[in-house]
Design a protein around this ligand. Structure first.
Ligand SMILES: C[S@@+](CC[C@H](N)C(=O)[O-])C[C@H]1O[C@@H](n2cnc3c(N)ncnc32)[C@H](O)[C@@H]1O
Length: 277
């Protein structure tokens, strides 16, 4: 597959934020500071990466030839994983630097021939085809403007083949908490997402948990007030307490999980439109 990019300049605040973050962190190590928790120590982001991998494992085991759209792909963590298993992957992100880095890392991993990368905003997504699997990992939680969020979900649904699966991993607690929200992040209650998905012609096939241990969420709002050594010690403790719980019970303890994996498909009465039309 060829590697193409539709160029857009960072023109609105969320895009400028992600582009700046990519420019600062995307080339560093595995690029996790660009796409996981910014400002957190490396061990913290490695644990985030692990819990996401465990939660997504069934949907990363694709058959060779599966067509996959990875929306908000960042530095291409999931694109590489899927292409390595033989999928034909399209990665989309509105940060040109994220996309350049995703392409560079795919080439370094020897999977670029099965990848193409597009610089696009999900609210106007047009990848020109429909996909067996549409994957989005911690992306909708960063689209705060309601109209942009709705437009993005509609575009995702429109890019899903008739029998395709849409798999979304998002911060989506059972109850609204708010204390962890920021100008670039919102932990919407799960019911808000379910309502939106239904309005966009999607039906929920299954839902899985990711990270039911509560310690990091308790700690998060207090972190800015802590002195750096105390902060690091508190993070180490919260992470060490969380790992066994999240690893052992993450998928099943759906009700208590902070993030959720939504597995969606077209509602039966929904006739999908032509992608890009
Ligand atoms: C938290 S990172 C996750 C990246 C990737 N999904 C992963 O798990 O490694 C969120 C990504 O979504 C991208 N993003 C956020 N809003 C977007 C939008 N409206 N259109 C396209 N990309 C977007 C950001 O640039 C960033 O790369």
């Amino acid at each position: 597959m060829t590697s193409t990019a539709v160029s857009t300049a960072p023109s609105h605040p969320p895009q400028a934020y992600w582009e700046a973050r990519a420019q600062r962190f995307a080339v560093e190590g595995e690029g996790l500071a660009a796409v996981c928790s910014y400002g957190m120590p490396a061990f913290y982001n490695r644990v985030v990466d692990l819990s996401q991998r465990l939660a997504l494992a069934p949907w990363l085991r694709v058959r060779p030839g599966t067509s996959v759209l990875d929306v908000g792909c960042g530095v291409g963590r999931w694109c590489r994983e899927l292409a390595r298993r033989g999928a034909r992957v399209t990665g989309v992100d509105f940060s040109p630097t994220m996309i350049a880095e995703a392409r560079r890392r795919a080439a370094a991993r020897g999977v670029l021939a099965r990848c193409r990368f597009l610089v696009q905003d999900l609210a106007h997504l047009d990848a020109g085809e429909k996909f067996d699997l549409v994957l989005g990992v911690t992306v909708l939680q960063h689209i705060l403007e309601p109209q942009a969020l709705r437009a993005a979900v509609r575009r995702l649904a429109d890019h899903l083949s008739e029998a395709g699966r849409l798999v979304l991993l998002e911060a989506a607690p059972e109850r609204s908490i708010g204390s962890c929200d920021s100008p670039i992040f919102q932990a919407r209650p799960r019911s808000d997402y379910l309502r939106l998905f239904a309005e966009c012609g999607l039906t929920l096939r299954a839902i899985r948990g990711v990270d039911p241990a509560p310690f990091k969420i308790w700690l998060w709002p207090h972190l800015p007030r802590l002195a750096p050594p105390v902060r690091t010690a508190a993070l180490i403790l919260a992470t060490a307490l969380s790992v066994p719980i999240d690893v052992l019970f993450g998928r099943r303890a759906v009700g208590r999980s902070w993030h959720a994996v939504f597995i969606l498909e077209h509602a039966r009465e929904h006739a999908p439109e032509h992608a890009g039309g």
